[in-house]
Design a protein around this ligand. Structure first.
Ligand code: SF4
Length: 209
């Protein structure tokens, strides 16, 4: 990356853009809602089951001016989902400010591992054991989405649920490659612990991005 671009990326005036697309949100509280997804490159959390490992190396994704990102988004939707990668790798204040100036509803999907920047209408917090969220983001999360890869993740889910606010909606979502094995356990768990809800990656069943 050229130095001048790196400087702008560091300020959040440019972002390494992996992809952007208009689709249906498949997961969590807003599933079924049409939304424009902005997938930002860069993540060093390192989940071994990550399904977007191509996002990890930010240098592989072109530094893109946030004005361009906002202009593209504005052609499609007033509901924006910023995802990654880990979007909080970067300063999200400039991007979200410009999206807000266009009157958009802005959601983030984050592990919460880094400082919370940006103005958000909806925070989906998906904590990861290997790099836990910052204390600040727990209290601001609107939904907690714990990915269940194995049985130990139920204990982790309860620990995480103890840290979010009272109104935070709690979801258990099977890791995609383990869905057949884990889904019966999740169903039993949710019936016994109904403060939780099941979240599915419905977009993968629908074969849409
Ligand atoms: S935090 Fe998300 S993008 Fe990063 S490694 Fe984990 S699943 Fe992948």
């Amino acid at each position: 990356m050229q130095d001048e671009n790196q400087d702008l990326v560091n300020k959040g005036e440019m972002l390494p853009l992996m992809e952007e697309f208009y689709t249906i949100q498949g997961e969590g509280f807003h599933k079924g809602t049409a939304a424009y997804f902005i997938r930002v490159g860069g993540c060093d959390v390192g989940c071994h089951w990550c399904d977007v490992k191509e996002s990890w190396n930010a240098d592989l994704h072109p530094p893109t001016a946030i004005d361009q990102i906002v202009e593209n988004a504005d052609k499609y939707s007033k509901t924006i989902v910023v995802t990654g990668g880990e979007p909080l790798t970067w300063n999200m204040n400039p991007l979200t400010q410009k999206l807000k100036e266009k009157g958009m509803q802005i959601h983030i999907e984050t592990s919460g591992a880094y400082k919370l920047t940006g103005t958000w209408d909806w925070i989906c917090l998906s904590p990861k054991k290997i790099k836990l969220p910052t204390p600040e983001v727990y209290k601001k999360a609107d939904e907690l989405k714990v990915i269940v890869y194995n049985k130990n993740d139920f204990k982790f889910a309860e620990e995480q649920a103890g840290k979010v606010g009272d109104n935070c909606i709690l979801y258990l979502q099977p890791e995609w490659s383990k869905r057949d094995k884990m889904m019966p356990l999740i169903v039993d768990y949710v019936m016994q612990n109904p403060k939780w809800k099941v979240s599915l990656q419905t977009h993968k069943y629908l074969n849409i991005p």
